[in-house]
Design a protein around this ligand. Structure first.
Ligand SMILES: C[S@@+](CC[C@H](N)C(=O)[O-])C[C@H]1O[C@@H](n2cnc3c(N)ncnc32)[C@H](O)[C@@H]1O
Length: 497
């Protein structure tokens, strides 16, 4: 679910995001250089391996950047502040509120980074953490606040209340600190926010006593357009487990290319705790590893590229999978619609000392000179498999883009098959939990292409829980519960007749 709006070509991925005015309080619905400011992958692009600057993200960021200081959220006006200038005592909280306000306007957290202009790197990191936690636990804060609010506050005030409740009850922040900060931020806001300072104070003092309500509240629900197909496919218990996994967030996964920190996972990725500062890890500058969710590393593992094989990576940017293919010794051509995003692939390959051919083009228009041994199609998708790392996605997306995405994915599958030699293999992958983009997409491709067959994963090499009846790999956030979960991906290996 991350694509570009600097692309001249209209497509489903360029569809404007749904504007969401507010998180309903009454329904529980709900660094650079090293590594990427994590913009959600899939629909807008994939952040897992590189500094992220997807076209759509970039466009969104530009729009966000154009906001006047202070416009995006509550808190002291940034008017007159210059980068590096001392920030207010509540700079990180104020930054978190600007991020939350931008999400209410339809931006992703990565796209809203521009609102944090004056904050120091540690303050920015804290602002990001606070905003993400507020989004991740929003149903709990709503449950705490609902009985304490006589009427629904303005959206900015609700953000402030939810942030403070999350700090107190979800993060163990001392109530007096969180309440005082919230009151100070309300007072520093405009006249309406100021008028709410007394209410903020009274409500938060009572909320501080509601730990039991917080603990008993459910995890945020998936939005209906996603929950219904998830429940239909895997059942209510699994939907609840996915929602709980989304609330827990995601650890940091690295794909090794040399000495790599972290605990080795069964699939070869290395895992570090959530919140690990990537810039502080050894080996980044030396290209010993790259950031990539453990599930995102699986499509290339299933493709099993061999040294010297001719392989195309049709939707390559920012290049996590291109690096895996090149590291295996394949002769890789990386294609991406966005020249800006393709530049990230080149940058990432250079950092890890690998190389690939680069083509900025619509994959649907590209043909190689000779038939290919293998194609990787990591298709544009809803990115609903990455909600653990992008808790804002359920609030800023709706299901309206799914039919267009499904049509585009089908066209890309058909085109990818036409590039292969007979017996060549296509790995189709999406970081989506929506069966229309995965399981149903496979059924439709098999129906369209007589003789096309699925090559099942070797059960000795793959987690049996992930192998579907049709012979694909389906990962979900509730898988690997003891290891910290993994993103939701659908991956299948197809053999051209
Ligand atoms: C899911 S991301 C790819 C992530 C990448 N495979 C990785 O592992 O880092 C989808 C990418 O598809 C690209 N894309 C979307 N439509 C395309 C098309 N018609 N042709 C080529 N690339 C396209 C987007 O620009 C985006 O970079």
């Amino acid at each position: 679910m991350d694509k570009r709006d600097d692309q001249p070509k209209p497509g489903p991925e360029a569809r404007p995001l749904r504007r969401q005015r507010a998180v309903p309080a009454e329904t529980p619905q709900g660094a650079p250089p090293p590594p990427p400011a994590a913009a959600p992958p899939g629909y807008l692009g994939q952040e897992e391996s590189a500094r992220e600057s997807s076209g759509k993200d970039a466009g969104k960021r530009r729009r966000t950047d154009r906001r006047r200081p202070g416009e995006a959220g509550q808190g002291p006006s940034r008017k007159g502040k210059r980068p590096g200038q001392a920030a207010t005592p509540h700079a990180a909280r104020s930054g978190a509120l600007r991020l939350l306000a931008a999400v209410r306007e339809g931006a992703t957290l990565a796209e809203a980074e521009g609102t944090l202009g004056e904050l120091s790197p540690p303050e920015r990191a804290r602002a990001r953490r606070l905003a993400a936690a507020t989004l991740r636990h929003r149903s709990r804060a709503e449950a705490v606040l609902a009985p304490l609010l006589v009427r629904r506050p303005r959206p900015e005030t609700l953000d402030l209340l939810q942030l403070a409740v999350t700090e107190m009850l979800g993060q163990g922040e001392a109530p007096h600190g969180a309440v005082n900060a919230a009151v100070a931020l309300a007072r520093a806001g405009g006249p309406k926010a100021k008028a709410a300072a007394g209410m903020v104070n009274a409500v938060l003092r009572r909320a501080a006593e509601a730990q039991a309500v917080w603990d008993a509240a459910p995890s945020p629900r998936l939005p209906g357009w996603l929950r219904s197909p998830v429940v239909a496919r895997w059942g209510e218990v699994t939907a609840l487990a996915i929602e709980a996994a989304h609330e827990r967030g995601a650890p940091l996964d690295l794909t090794p290319h040399g000495a790599t920190p972290g605990e080795a996972l069964p699939t070869g990725s290395h895992r570090l705790p959530a919140g690990t500062q990537v810039t502080a890890l050894p080996g980044y500058a030396e290209g010993q590893w790259w950031v990539q969710d453990a599930a995102a590393a699986l499509p290339v593992r299933l493709l099993a590229p061999q040294a010297g094989e001719l392989v195309a990576d049709l939707c390559a940017a920012p290049g996590g999978k291109t690096m895996q293919l090149a590291a295996a010794g394949a002769r890789v051509t990386a294609i991406d619609l966005s020249p800006q995003r393709l530049a990230l692939v080149a940058e990432n390959l250079a950092r890890v000392g690998l190389s690939a051919g680069m083509v900025a083009a619509d994959a649907l228009d590209w043909r190689p000179e000779a038939p290919l041994d293998a194609v990787l199609l990591d298709a544009p998708c809803s990115a609903t498999g990455t909600i653990r790392r992008h808790p804002e996605l359920p609030l800023i997306r709706d299901g309206a883009m799914i039919p267009d995405l499904v049509r585009l994915q089908a066209r890309l599958i058909d085109h990818a098959l036409s590039l292969l030699r007979p017996g060549g293999r296509l790995v189709y992958a999406v970081c989506s939990l929506h069966p229309a983009e995965g399981e149903a997409q496979l059924d439709a491709a098999l129906a369209r292409h007589p003789g096309l067959r699925v090559e099942r994963p070797d059960p000795a090499q793959w987690d049996a829980d992930w192998i579907t009846g049709a012979g694909a790999i389906r990962t979900r956030p509730d898988h690997w519960p003891d290891l910290g979960g993994l993103d939701g991906f659908f991956i299948v290996r197809l053999i051209r007749p």
